[in-house]
Design a protein around this ligand. Structure first.
Ligand SMILES: Nc1ccn([C@@H]2O[C@H](COP(=O)(O)O)[C@@H](O)[C@H]2O)c(=O)n1
Ligand SMILES: [Zn+2]
Ligand SMILES: [Zn+2]
Length: 638
């Protein structure tokens, strides 16, 4: 850092370099009003998927984990000043979605210690901690030990390699008393996930609620002022994956008077559901785009020593139901993950500056890990933005058209190169938009993070092969994902990551360090949420980003004859959904078995992490010298 004399200045400088310049996007607008503070308050993260560096190409979500460390400390201090409780909770999926987590082996090993810098009170496990045995064991050996009694995995067990016996990865429940005397019983419940590797066991919620330990915990011998359910589990009970409704009903039947507060995840949306006059659930989005806020007052507790109506701040006023006589009132808010939001809500914490040393240190750690993992190394310069859902399937600028082209071009077994092929992937493997401009090692994980390998059935009769895509698009998904993910995606974005200037061949641009200023009058694109409390949950008012349903699978093809149709085709697909392909072929009259007919099309080390980088190296490297670093780019032309 030229000109920085002390190490903390250097960290601030590096952070600002890592982020794009505010004037490049002009995309941050500020919160609409102060938060309501109640007797008990929560901040909630979920589905962070490794995005601890923040969104380098979107100012709207531009804060990094170090900023969140500083913010959470301000909020804890503010809660203390107000004489109320503030609890921090996380509901899992720490992996698969960003280079910071996924470029390490096993993934998460370098990002989890950064994640651990937040003083969470309760955390639970996501399905992404369980797909791969090495990651499950890393979670068991390290993460669960760091968090101890605060890591609650009520229905998830793992085979302890030392004993060969199943044991809970975290604790089954946590009974604790808050600083102001509220007595809380906590459960952490993963949805009924079936895609885990064979070292772990997910106990179905319907079975868990019958277990003796659970019944004993609900009827705990000591007083319970509130049940806290944290779950990697959608809060919306109409979501077929959700088991939160079952838990809420079970606890309610046994303890009619005790408030139940749920925090959920997995479906990557902002949502809030009212279950009854004393039970609600909040879900707080994904990818460090959203920080969830929930506050409540009116909890009946003989031991609470704090303020039910803290002074000098707004207080929650909404009953869960119109007819509620419970005395409980609530507020919920979805905060955009940026420094403007954090600085705005941190005011009156009685600290004059926003950044704590601990926050800056974490920011420095992120920079160091990014350097160590070489995340800015460049594959090419994307000529356009390709979005996952902001355009209809098939439209130019929809990412699935790019994926089809890349699959057809790149996924070729040299020994079968002249045989026509269909190459099919699930669109769920594409996790984020691919943005015009530098396409880096980091971006390759952001767009396609999984390690799913290419298998195939050779020489399938053309008349069957040509129907596979349509058939599989009508088939159930391998691990029960919702049919269409209609989550709003990116807000405003540019490809102005100034760190790209470090990469030779890319136009150099001096970073401009500017504080983000509050601009209340502009409305930027982003989340527009409707939940059980209405449409006022978003902390920053946005205009809606279009979101189009996409098919579950897309296909590329290669080596087809220019005229006529081939007799047979190689049907190539991912090992992740191989059994579904076998099923649909057999439903068309085939007699294939997984054991006899499915084999690897390419070496299994070649995965969904590789084909886009290879495509970028082949087709996008020539653009690199003219890559529009620092230029704002919006959505693809319609
Ligand atoms: N090997 C894998 C694992 C998962 N997926 C996709 O991710 C979805 C689950 O992600 P959440 O963040 O919602 O838990 C899953 O439904 C698949 O679409 C994959 O493609 N490959
Ligand atoms: Zn997730
Ligand atoms: Zn999940």
């Amino acid at each position: 850092c030229g000109g920085c004399n002390n190490p903390l200045e250097a960290v601030v400088h590096e952070r600002n370099v890592r982020r794009m310049q505010p004037e490049a996007s002009g995309a941050v607008s500020g919160p609409k009003a102060e938060l309501e503070w109640g007797q008990l308050n929560f901040m909630h993260t979920t589905d962070t998927h490794g995005w601890l560096e923040g969104h380098l190409k979107e100012q709207n979500y531009g804060a990094d984990w170090g900023d969140f460390v500083s913010f959470s400390r301000h909020m804890v201090q503010k809660a203390g000043n107000l004489g109320v409780d503030l609890l921090l909770v996380d509901t899992g999926d720490l992996h698969d979605g960003n280079g910071l987590s996924d470029a390490a082996l096993p993934n998460g090993v370098l990002s989890n210690p950064i994640f651990d810098e937040i003083q969470y009170d309760a955390l639970t496990i996501g399905n992404h901690e369980l797909y791969i045995s090495d990651i499950a064991y890393e979670t068991f050996a390290n993460f669960s030990k760091v968090w101890g009694e605060k890591y609650i995995t009520s229905n998830v067990q793992i085979v302890n390699p030392a004993t060969g016996q199943l044991e809970y990865i975290g604790k089954k429940y946590r009974y604790f008393t808050t600083p102001h005397g509220l007595r809380i019983m906590t459960f952490g419940v993963l949805f009924d996930f079936t895609g885990n590797s064979n070292v772990s066991k997910v106990i179905k919620a319907a079975d868990m609620i019958k277990q003796d330990w659970f019944l004993a915990a609900v009827n705990y011998p000591q007083p319970i002022d509130l049940f806290l359910i944290i779950g990697h589990n959608p809060v919306r009970t109409t979501d077929s994956s959700s088991t939160i409704g079952l838990l809420q009903k079970t606890i309610r039947a046994m303890r009619p008077e005790v408030p139940i507060q749920a925090f959920g995840g997995h479906s990557h949306i902002r949502d809030f559901q009212v279950y009854d006059d004393k039970s609600t659930g909040l879900e707080s989005g994904r990818y460090c785009e959203t920080l969830g806020w929930l506050s409540m007052s009116g909890i009946n507790s003989s031991t609470f020593t704090g303020n039910v109506k803290p002074r000098g701040v707004a207080n929650p006023t909404r009953k869960a139901t119109n007819t509620s006589t419970s005395g409980l009132v609530y507020s919920r808010r979805y905060l955009d993950w940026n420094r403007l939001t954090f600085e705005y809500h941190a005011t009156k914490s009685q600290e004059s500056t926003f950044d704590y040393h601990s926050g800056l240190r974490v920011t420095g750690d992120i920079t160091n890990v990014r350097k160590k993992l070489n995340l800015t190394s460049l594959y090419g310069c994307a000529p356009a933005t390709y979005c996952a859902s902001c355009l209809p399937f098939g439209a130019p600028g929809n990412i699935n058209s790019l994926i089809s082209t890349a699959l057809g071009e790149i996924v070729v077994n040299p020994s079968r190169a002249t045989t026509p092929r269909y190459v099919i992937v699930n669109t769920g493997s594409i996790r984020f938009d691919l943005v015009k401009g530098p396409f880096t090692y980091d971006d390759s994980f952001i767009v396609s993070p999984f390690n799913d390998a290419f298998q195939y059935i050779k020489d399938v009769p053309y008349d069957m092969a040509r129907k596979v895509l349509a058939s599989i698009n009508g088939a159930p998904l391998p691990d029960k994902r919702d049919l269409f993910d209609t989550t709003p995606r990116l807000a405003d974005r540019t490809c102005a990551d100034p760190i790209m200037s470090q990469i030779s061949g890319v136009t150099k641009r001096e970073p401009i360090i500017q504080p983000i200023t509050r601009r209340q009058t502009i409305v930027t694109p982003g989340y527009v949420t409707k939940d059980d409390f209405g449409t006022d949950g978003d902390d920053t008012v946005h205009s809606k980003i279009p979101s189009y349903a996409q098919p579950n699978y897309v296909q590329g093809n290669g080596s087809f004859p220019t005229t006529g149709t081939p007799a047979t085709v190689d049907v190539v697909f991912l090992d992740y959904f191989a059994t579904t392909v076998v099923k649909v072929l057999n439903a068309m009259g085939g007699s294939y078995t997984y054991a006899n007919d499915v084999s690897y099309y390419l070496d299994p080390s070649y995965t969904t992490q590789n084909y886009l980088p290879d495509y970028a190296k082949k087709y996008w490297q020539a653009n690199v010298p003219n890559c529009p670093v620092g230029q704002g780019v919006g959505y693809p032309d319609k």
